[in-house]
Design a binder for this molecule. Structure first.
Ligand SMILES: NC(=O)c1ccc[n+]([C@@H]2O[C@H](COP(=O)([O-])OP(=O)(O)OC[C@H]3O[C@@H](n4cnc5c(N)ncnc54)[C@H](OP(=O)(O)O)[C@@H]3O)[C@@H](O)[C@H]2O)c1
Length: 313
């Protein structure tokens, strides 16, 4: 079968022989805690790129996942969940996270975990960190029941452990005692300005944390400079931007997002005329003069949630 040929040619993923990729093996047993989790139904599937060596259980849950072959330039993907009316954060106390947008949807968490498992780097802004201060951006953290499967996938792709967690903050107003920096479960990079670095270094900096100051950037650091700083620290080429919307806006402004994974959650959140609720991109406008048009390349369905994937030129 074509998928087997293509997968077998991907020599980088050396343990492929022991891991069955797509289509799903009928003999695969769901892992404990995921037995009740329904599979996504693939409605339209991209044929671009190489089939990744998903474990049988992940292949049962997601289907076939392809990514472009690694090349010199990093491949930058983003993953968000939005309501039908385009809201990604309610900005209400205790309800500002993605869970309130997806309805704490398990399939959405499963996909988040999957993308983190294959990513070399996860980038977030300080606003996303503020919204979930106890979080660490690993696959295991978002979907612990699939931790072993995610690890097996990362290993099979030759990744070395958890993705580098990158936090972007112009001001440097970040508490280095938070788990993403202090738990030692991930290596962390903070991309900031010179004044931000000065402020951060007044705290005790854990060994697992690196601080990179981008000179002459004022408050806002151009996304290209963020990416450049990341590439100096990590050789990995698959970079996942998990937002929030202001950071994502900076990446779209410089046309640095190659693919947008977007979960469409079946709720209308509504907003007041002068609401603070956030949409996918904040702080930048593109249309009508300089619109960002994507191409729909993959669609999966989980009951009433849609899992969309767009490519951007
Ligand atoms: N639905 C979803 O999928 C999803 C995904 C992610 C986040 N969210 C939600 O979005 C909300 C946060 O939104 P947000 O727009 O505030 O998040 P954000 O982009 O993570 O945070 C904005 C802050 O990050 C720093 N930052 C971002 N880009 C920067 C740049 N280019 N240069 C320098 N600093 C930069 C700045 O921090 P300093 O002020 O420290 O300089 C800025 O104030 C949260 O409620 C979160 O739960 C939702």
């Amino acid at each position: 079968m074509a998928w087997r040929r293509e997968a077998a040619s991907a020599t980088k993923w050396s343990r492929l022989n022991t891991i069955i990729s797509c289509p799903t093996s009928p003999n695969s047993l769901p892992q404990r805690g995921t037995r009740t989790l329904a599979s996504l139904k693939t409605l339209f599937e991209t044929k671009r790129g190489t089939v990744l060596p998903l474990t049988p259980n992940l292949a049962r849950l997601y289907g076939c996942l392809r990514m472009p072959r690694p090349c010199a330039r990093p491949h930058v993907i983003s993953n968000f969940v939005t309501t039908l009316d385009g809201i990604v954060s309610l900005q209400a106390k205790g309800h500002s996270g993605g869970g309130d947008i997806s309805g704490f949807n398990a399939q959405d968490r499963m996909v988040m975990g999957l993308l983190r498992a294959i990513a070399d780097v996860v980038i977030v802004g300080s606003g996303a960190l503020d919204a979930d201060r106890r979080h660490v951006w690993t696959a295991e953290m978002i979907f612990p029941e699939l931790a072993a499967a995610y690890r097996q996938l990362s290993d099979a792709m030759g990744k070395r452990g958890t993705p580098l967690n990158v936090v972007v903050s112009g001001s440097g107003r970040i508490d280095l005692r938070l788990p993403v920096f202090a738990s030692g479960t991930v290596s962390a990079l903070i991309v900031t300005t010179a004044p931000g670095a000065k402020r951060l270094r007044k705290q005790s900096v854990p060994d697992s944390v690196e601080i990179r100051a981008i000179r002459g950037s004022g408050g806002a650091i151009p996304a290209a400079a963020i990416l450049d700083a990341v590439c100096r620290v990590s050789a990995g080429k698959l970079i996942l931007v998990e937002g929030g919307p202001r950071l994502l806006g900076d990446f779209y402004a410089q046309r640095l997002i190659d693919e947008q994974f977007l979960t469409l959650a079946p709720q209308i959140a509504g907003r007041e005329v002068s609401d603070v609720r956030l949409s996918l991109v904040m702080g930048k406008t593109f249309a009508p003069r300089d619109a960002r048009w994507g191409t729909l390349i993959d669609v999966r369905r989980g009951k009433s949630h849609l899992f969309l994937r767009y490519a951007f030129p």
